[in-house]
Design a protein around this ligand. Structure first.
Ligand code: NI
Length: 255
């Protein structure tokens, strides 16, 4: 199985990253995508991917860090990529953390989408409390020439359907297992099988029964099993389908 979004580059893994990686593969994991969120974590994501088989990486400047975005510096990151780079992200809009710089966030998000189109890479979107503006930006690019996925989906079924219409995929974290996540469960239960895949967002958002602890990639199985139960289908079959979705989306190939 693939953990399509984790932060092995987070300092919470500095002391035991090799053990965390081993535990994932020993649990039956096949591949992980290590995600960047600013310049230094993007460089670290590349390093983690280049040092390990079956770990890929993304680079991106998160909206929380949009003030530090430098177009040339970011394009250099793409130009010095290794063959393990699979996407631009996480990028997007976050008005929960900061609603005073909306225009800047939209500008930096759009600049990174433009580069993703230029280099033909899919994008991994982060969005919090900014759904209307996010849709507006995405609609400007419609029909989008590259893949896009809404990471850590936490919105309504109605909004998910808006995204699906634009060709955006949905990615679920452990939050779907949380008791109060009623809306997300409804989405996980109802959207088409070819429209989603799974991630951990480790070290954050561990699924039940490990909620509250440091999350790690091997827990991605718990999220997939939970959604399989929600949909009343076999977990292995669901993982086979969502892994195929992720492989196609990120253009990665392995057994
Ligand atoms: Ni993340």
């Amino acid at each position: 199985m693939i953990d399509t979004h984790c932060h092995l580059n987070d300092s919470q893994f500095d002391n035991d990253i090799d053990e965390v990686i081993n535990r994932f593969f020993l649990s039956g994991g096949n591949a992980m995508i290590c995600v960047g969120a600013d310049l230094s974590s993007s460089l670290k994501a590349k390093m983690v991917a280049d040092l390990n088989d079956n770990i890929y990486y993304t680079i991106g400047i998160h909206p929380d860090d949009c003030d530090t975005f430098d177009l040339n510096e970011f394009e250099d990151l793409i130009l010095t990529k290794s063959d393990k780079l699979v996407a631009i992200g996480e990028i997007g809009l976050d008005y929960y953390h900061n609603k005073t710089n909306k225009a800047k966030q939209i500008e930096v998000f759009s600049n990174q989408i433009n580069l993703a189109i230029k280099y033909n890479l899919p994008i991994v979107i982060h969005c919090r409390d900014a759904y209307a503006d996010l849709l507006e930006v995405l609609k400007k690019y419609s029909p989008l020439k590259i893949g896009a996925v809404m990471h850590c989906y936490s919105g309504s079924l109605e909004f998910a359907n808006e995204l699906l219409k634009l060709g955006v995929k949905i990615s679920f974290t452990g939050t779907v297992t949380y008791k109060n996540a009623v809306k997300v469960k409804e989405v996980a239960k109802n959207i088409p099988l070819d429209s989603f895949f799974f991630e951990t967002d480790a070290p954050y958002l561990a699924p039940e029964p490990n909620r509250g602890k440091r999350n790690e990639p091997k827990y991605v199985f718990d999220t997939a099993k939970y959604v399989a139960d929600l949909r009343g289908i076999d977990a292995k079959e669901l993982i086979r389908i969502t892994d195929a979705n992720a492989k196609k989306f990120f253009n990665i190939d392995f057994i």
